[in-house]
Design a protein around this ligand. Structure first.
Ligand code: SAM
Ligand code: SF4
Length: 331
């Protein structure tokens, strides 16, 4: 459906848990976040119901995320249930990859269309430090196993933090040279602990990569459901993408909404506002009522975020700023 600014909203990111098996420095504090009790997390039936109603409103693509979605028991079953909903064309997953090898067969047999694996560095020691204990070899095994399914669209997402002359960016981009992986650099957003870090922008990274890999070809237009801008270097199998929410705001063409693990439907990442669908479902509301609330939430999606220009926020927007960690919202 269209929101009040005429944007077509067709993509929903669904967080299935706020728990995670890693503690990335810009996403979670070392002790982890206080977990939402199980009873407050949406059940599979409830998630499926929201997706079904979303499909009636024009949602065609779903991405399962978290926290770490693969720590939620029976995730492939949920994926299959969503994939079978009439109107849902694509179901993808965003994961840190640590458990991916264990579940990839089941995820694919349940209809997964694509997987994004978050890897910020290919240096084992640095990875362990950034994730506070993660084993890079497991994430890379997950990537390799995902690539063994030719029908699967595979991307690696990196939130660049590198201050060492871009060595990490060059080695990560190498994955797109050596395999059909698209490698995307995602600018740090000032959400949760991300506020403590300075993001790296597209221009800084491209300057480093083009010194290493030569002249790139630009893609005009977009690929997939997201806001990434892509380039390709000579001889590369995969593309290099940039998602630069702060330095290159793309709110005019935003097509997404988010469902948190506790059942809040959020129309924009920057604001805490949203509709409490769990309360409605557990209060016995009919599908029609929930659909009406979802329709209104989508319709009134904010025009834009103000990550880079807080001074332009209205008083109302300032009051609504999201204070939760990314793992709780569903990045
Ligand atoms: N655990 C899964 C993973 O790491 O892919 C899924 C959830 S995680 C919150 C989704 C993505 O959000 C990851 O690629 C992570 O690097 C990114 N992320 C977390 N905090 C961020 C921030 N402040 N700005 C930009 N991206 C962020
Ligand atoms: Fe976990 Fe993903 Fe956050 Fe890292 S970015 S702590 S893997 S939720």
């Amino acid at each position: 459906m269209q929101d009040r600014y005429g944007r077509i909203i067709e993509y929903m990111r669904v967080s299935v848990t706020d728990r995670c098996n890693l503690r990335c420095v810009y996403c979670m504090p070392p002790e982890g976040v206080e977990s939402i009790p199980h009873s407050e997390i949406l059940t599979f039936d409830e998630i499926e119901r929201v997706c079904r109603i979303g499909a009636r409103l024009g949602i065609t693509r779903i991405r399962l995320t978290g926290g770490e979605p693969l720590v939620r028991r029976n995730l492939p079953e949920l994926l299959g249930r969503i994939k079978r909903i009439e109107g849902i064309e694509q179901v993808c997953l965003t994961t840190n990859g640590i458990l991916l090898s264990d579940y990839i067969d089941e995820l694919v047999s349940n209809g997964m269309d694509g997987v994004n694996i978050s890897i910020d560095t290919l240096d084992e020691e640095k990875y362990r430090h950034l994730t506070r204990g993660g084993d890079l070899r497991k994430a890379l095994r997950g990537l390799e196993d995902a690539l063994s399914y030719p029908q699967l669209h595979v991307k690696v997402n990196c939130v660049p933090l590198d201050n060492s002359g871009g060595k990490d960016w060059i080695s990560l981009a190498g994955l797109a040279r050596d395999s059909r992986t698209d490698v995307r650099f995602i600018e740090m957003m000032p959400v949760g602990l991300g506020k403590n870090f300075r993001g790296k922008n597209r221009e800084e990274i491209l300057a480093v990569l083009s010194r290493e890999f030569g002249r790139f070809e630009e893609y005009s237009g977009r690929l997939g459901s997201g806001p990434a801008v892509y380039v390709r270097f000579p001889g590369f199998q995969g593309r290099i993408g940039f998602i630069s929410a702060v330095s290159h705001r793309f709110c005019d063409s935003c097509n997404r909404i988010r469902l948190t693990s506790a059942g809040m439907l959020k129309p924009c990442l920057q604001y805490g506002a949203g509709a409490d669908l769990r309360k409605l479902m557990r209060g016995g509301e009919a599908d029609e009522q929930i659909e009406a609330v979802m329709r209104e939430t989508i319709f009134y999606k904010p025009a834009c975020h103000h990550f880079a220009d807080r001074e332009n926020m209205t008083e109302e927007e300032r009051r609504l700023i999201e204070e939760k960690e990314m793992s709780k919202i569903g990045g």
